[in-house]
Design a protein around this ligand. Structure first.
Ligand code: AP5
Length: 213
């Protein structure tokens, strides 16, 4: 099963993708995480990506299609994959369909995380992420045991550069313009399901599992 998670920034895609990956043993492919790894490694691709991400804009389609295209062909993707943050534009979705078709596969389900924009600014501005293992926390709703320290591995927690309020607003604008049309794209293929993302993480996880029944 190839599962696509769609939704605005902060709607909880990454949180749920990690839970789902742990429960099912499928890899979570997050283009955002891949790009942040490239930035941390100081590669040319990372440098280019950072100039878009810091402004809240999307990285060019060809860059992310190249990243995902190589990754979905790896052996650990044979049984199932969770795509978190990809595709994000119609050309990316079309490229994904072509890529999968060449391997005799197809997207099985696209799940849209629905949540009002006004809730997302506080979710994102309070997010803190572990520099080492990627575990996520929130300064109010999911506090670490010790401020600034990851519960899982003891490393430092940081705020993402694009989680500043002015960049968050730009990311939301970009989402509505460039990514939201993917709901119609997958609806037309009969693959779209929607869930209420303004619930507890446990309830969202139950809804997400339900979409695969
Ligand atoms: P990316 O890293 O993909 O970010 P995003 O899609 O904007 O999503 P986020 O990671 O911000 O949010 P999320 O929905 O995963 O929520 P999370 O679970 O973390 O992309 C970053 C940038 O990279 C893009 O802007 C773009 O520049 C570039 N990029 C990436 N992919 C690309 C592509 N395909 N094409 C072009 N460019 C691309 O949760 C957020 C917070 O809420 C956390 O603090 C969490 O603890 C909390 N939370 C989660 N669930 C709940 C809940 N149920 N209730 C209360 N709080 C919750």
């Amino acid at each position: 099963m190839i599962l696509v998670l769609l939704g605005p920034p902060g709607s909880g895609k990454g949180t749920q993708a990690k839970r789902f990956a742990a429960a099912r043993g499928w890899p979570q492919l997050s283009t955002g995480d891949m790009l942040r790894s490239a930035i941390a490694a100081g590669t040319q691709l990372g440098l280019e990506a950072k100039s878009y991400m810091d402004k809240g804009a999307l990285v060019p389609d060809a860059v992310v299609i190249g990243l995902i295209g190589e990754r979905v062909q790896m052996p650990d993707c044979a049984n199932g994959v969770i795509l978190d943050g990809f595709p994000r534009t119609i050309p990316q979705a079309e490229a994904l369909d072509r890529l999968l078709q060449a391997q005799g596969k197809a997207v099985g389900r696209a799940v849209l995380f629905e949540i009002p924009d006004e809730l997302l600014v506080s979710r994102l501005s309070g997010r803190r992420t572990c520099t080492k293992c990627g575990s996520m926390f929130h300064v109010e709703s999911a506090r670490p045991k010790q401020d600034g320290v990851c519960d899982s591995c003891g490393s430092a927690l940081v705020q993402r550069d694009d989680d500043r309020p002015e960049v968050i607003r730009k990311r939301l604008e970009v989402y509505h313009k460039q990514t939201a049309p993917l709901a119609d794209f997958y609806h037309a293929q009969g693959k779209l399901r929607s869930i209420d993302a303004n619930r507890s993480p446990e309830e969202v996880e139950r809804q997400l599992s339900g979409t695969l029944q």
